[in-house]
Design a protein around this ligand. Structure first.
Ligand SMILES: [Zn+2]
Length: 65
């Protein structure tokens, strides 16, 4: 699976980043964003995304296991 950021090309996106991409954009997406680019795309901040990741983990979301 290719997991470079589709915008800036940052590679080795970690599984939390992949997880939040899937959670927000859909599990079938093939292009991933790094947290910086995802925040920009969504019009939010990286901190907000990190909060979301923690929330999903607490919910036991399988995408973050
Ligand atoms: Zn990026």
């Amino acid at each position: 699976m290719k997991n470079n950021c589709v915008i800036c090309g940052k590679d080795h996106l970690d599984k939390d980043t992949i997880g939040i991409n899937k959670k927000i954009l859909g599990e079938d997406i093939e292009n991933f964003y790094c947290l910086d680019c995802l925040a920009e795309y969504l019009g939010c901040t990286v901190d907000e995304l990190l909060d979301k990741i923690e929330e999903f983990k607490e919910e036991g979301c399988k995408l973050f296991v």
